[in-house]
Design a protein around this ligand. Structure first.
Ligand code: NAP
Length: 242
């Protein structure tokens, strides 16, 4: 019997959950539990880590999972690596719904950097107004460049002081170009730091930067062990039906 574990927390995973529900397939949507009120889903939901590779392998066996779909964010490398290891260990078929990375085009002013540390180093220099569009988790690294005034966009209002001098905007994607252009202008942003997430949910800020002629420090994706990959919901559905 088909019983799917969908590793989620992304716009793409939400679309996939809708497709699974429409197809009448049994599945569980898994959230890490990083936000206070995860979005409701049309399939069963669970929240919280599994406890590493072994915890995930135990979960797959206990819940008789027949297929794992990894639709996590491209920067959720730990979860994705754990999924590869646990699925190999238990012999569970795994597929990743991976968005193609964004590619710089005409009008883009990107500095591509390999990782977070290089993004921090790229901000060396005089004070600027910086949109730090990287979520909440790794803000502390930017404490090494305290001369800037940062703008941070988070899903939840922070409950503790941030490690960098920052204005906070609380909002949940997907975002649109008009809204992000207005945000950049309102805050007088001079440079944007972004993860190369790919996909549509977070691309608005990149298009807005292009329209305003602003530079972007673009962080490349982390490496994930080899696995079967498709780029769209249709590819996952074809795999499930195959
Ligand atoms: P991560 O560093 O790869 O994962 C750290 C740990 O969090 C994992 O080892 C796992 O704990 C738990 N975890 C992560 N995703 C999970 C999921 N979908 N279900 C259950 N447990 C999960 O991940 P992350 O970068 O913190 O991302 C966490 C979640 O936020 C993911 O669902 C991701 O799709 C979403 N997200 C991340 C980003 C980003 O920029 N990283 C952006 C948007 C959304 P155990 O080892 O205990 O199993």
């Amino acid at each position: 019997m088909t019983r799917i574990l969908l590793l989620g927390g992304t716009t793409e995973a939400n679309l996939l959950a809708q497709a699974l529900a429409r197809a009448g397939l049994a599945g569980v949507y898994s959230y890490a539990g990083r936000t206070e009120a995860p979005m409701g889903q049309p399939i069963h939901m669970r929240v919280g880590g599994f406890g590493g590779v072994e915890g995930l392998a135990d979960y797959l066996k206990a819940e008789a999972i027949s297929h794992v779909i990894d639709a996590t964010h491209p920067f959720a490398a730990q979860m994705s690596s754990n999924a590869v290891a646990a699925c190999t260990e238990t012999g569970t078929p795994l597929i990743a719904l991976e968005r193609a990375p964004w590619v710089a085009g005409a009008g883009d002013r990107w500095t591509q950097v390999p990782d977070l540390a290089a993004a921090v180093a790229a901000l060396d220099g005089p004070p600027r107004r910086v949109f730090l569009a990287i979520g909440r988790q790794h803000l502390d690294a930017f404490a090494a460049q305290p001369q800037h005034r940062y703008l941070v966009r988070l899903v939840d209002q922070p409950t503790a002081p941030l490690p960098v001098p920052a204005e906070v905007v609380v909002a949940r994607g997907p975002f649109d170009v008009a809204g992000d252009t207005a945000l950049l202008q309102r805050h007088g942003i001079q440079v944007i730091v972004a993860k190369n997430a790919g996909g549509k949910g977070a691309v608005a800020k990149i298009a807005a930067a292009r329209a305003l002629g602003l530079p972007v420090v673009m962080i490349d994706r982390p490496r994930i062990p080899p696995r079967r990959v498709v780029h769209g919901v249709a590819g996952v559905m074809a795999w499930l039906n195959g």
